[in-house]
Design a protein around this ligand. Structure first.
Ligand code: GMT
Length: 368
């Protein structure tokens, strides 16, 4: 199949999933294209995916550069030049809307539009009055609509009351890259490494990560590694200073080889208000790292409570710290959880299992 994927190229789960999908489908022989304002960071130096940079033209009359129109135009150009059969938009705003416009612009060229909803595009952005109508219009006009979890499907139907429910196609992990080989062992005399990775947006509650870690390191020798960057990084750094644990916490910014950081860790924390899925918790588990996550959103679909990690009440610092200490409390139990995390990730969310679902979905859409 000839498929073009458009996504936000910046650090964030939707861009990661979109890029992994493009690379994975290219490795299965499909002619894959991506369009974005810059090269998606997960694409690295991959040469199997054709990248179409979106050039955002400005003109003195425009107060704001018309990014979304330039995106739609680039998609339309690529459809015609490469005889694209499917445009797959990741994140409704603005990708689904731009894809619909591009498909209309190239008529009568036959092209189908698929959109994957990722979470905040529904819960925060798309449902906001400023986007609601065009967002719903794009979802209704798409030939296929998917969500990354059952929870997000339910939220979408609640917010948008669509004539047809989307299809759940869960996120996935490349089990060759994100695997347990070389993972950290139980630190007999050393210290535990606790990890968090996100875009530090308010929904991630990074301040809770610092508070929970402060309680953990009171009981056991531990260090915290904070991966990523975003609006609440300053707050988290400040709090680490106030709590006197600066020497125990490293803010390492965005990382390309994040799998090495997972493998050198003993515990992964994701304490968001909610996550539609929580891709980082899946990647951590695939590397053999038990995850303590919020009992909210789609996270219970990804982490098995007391088997591969713990589900904890949002914002309850004492309970989350205790759950974390329980996970790190006993070598044998930790090793069993680490093993269970790997097999759960492989059995349920391995790339090789999920990509065929996408292929079947595309084929059904092409037959419509
Ligand atoms: O988490 C973010 O704020 C980034 C966002 C994105 O679209 O880049 O992530 C969402 O999509 C990811 C991939 O499907 C999911 O794993 C995340 O759970 C979801 N984030 C939220 O729902 C908050």
């Amino acid at each position: 199949m000839r498929i073009l994927i458009s996504c936000h190229p910046t650090q964030g789960g939707s861009g990661v999933v979109a890029t992994e999908l493009a690379m994975g489908l290219a490795s299965r022989g499909h002619d894959m294209h991506m369009a974005a304002v810059e090269r998606p960071f997960r694409l690295g130096d991959n040469r199997d995916v054709h990248f179409h940079p979106v050039n955002v033209t400005n003109y003195p009359l425009f107060k704001y550069p018309p990014h979304d129109l330039c995106l739609a135009n680039e998609i339309a150009e690529a459809i015609v030049a490469h005889d694209i059969q499917i445009v797959h938009a990741h994140y409704a705003v603005p990708h689904a809307i731009a894809a619909i416009l591009a498909a209309q612009a190239v008529q009568p060229h036959p092209v189908r539009v698929v959109t994957t909803l990722h979470g905040t595009d529904i819960t925060l952005v798309g449902s906001h009055r400023d986007f609601y109508r065009v967002c719903r219009h794009a979802m209704v006009q798409c030939d296929g609509l998917t969500t990354v979890s059952q929870w997000l499907l339910d939220q979408t139907m609640k917010e948008f009351d669509l004539p047809e429910p989307p299809v759940v196609l869960p996120n996935f992990v490349d089990c060759d890259r994100f695997g347990p080989r070389g993972r950290a062992g139980w630190p007999e005399d050393g210290e535990f490494q606790v990890l968090h990775a996100s875009n530090f947006r308010p929904v991630k509650r990074v301040v809770d990560i610092i508070r929970v870690f402060e309680r953990i390191q009171r009981q056991i020798p531990a260090r915290l590694v904070m991966v990523g960057d975003g609006p609440e990084r300053g707050l988290a750094e400040e709090l680490a200073g106030e709590l006197g644990i600066c020497d125990r916490v490293r803010f390492v910014g965005p990382q390309t080889a994040v799998e090495d950081l997972y493998r050198s860790s003993h515990l992964f924390l994701l304490l968001s208000d909610y996550e539609s899925f929580g891709l980082s918790a899946l990647e951590a588990q695939a590397c053999g790292v038990p995850a303590v996550v919020s009992d909210a959103g789609g996270l219970p679909e990804v982490v098995r409570d007391r088997v591969t990690g713990r589900l904890s009440p949002v914002g309850d610092i004492e309970k989350i710290a205790q759950a974390s200490l329980d996970v790190l409390g006993d070598a044998e139990q930790w090793a069993a959880m680490s093993e269970a995390a790997v097999s759960h990730a492989r059995r349920t969310f391995c790339r090789d299992k999920i990509l065929p679902l996408y292929e079947d979905f595309y084929e059904q859409i092409l037959k419509q």
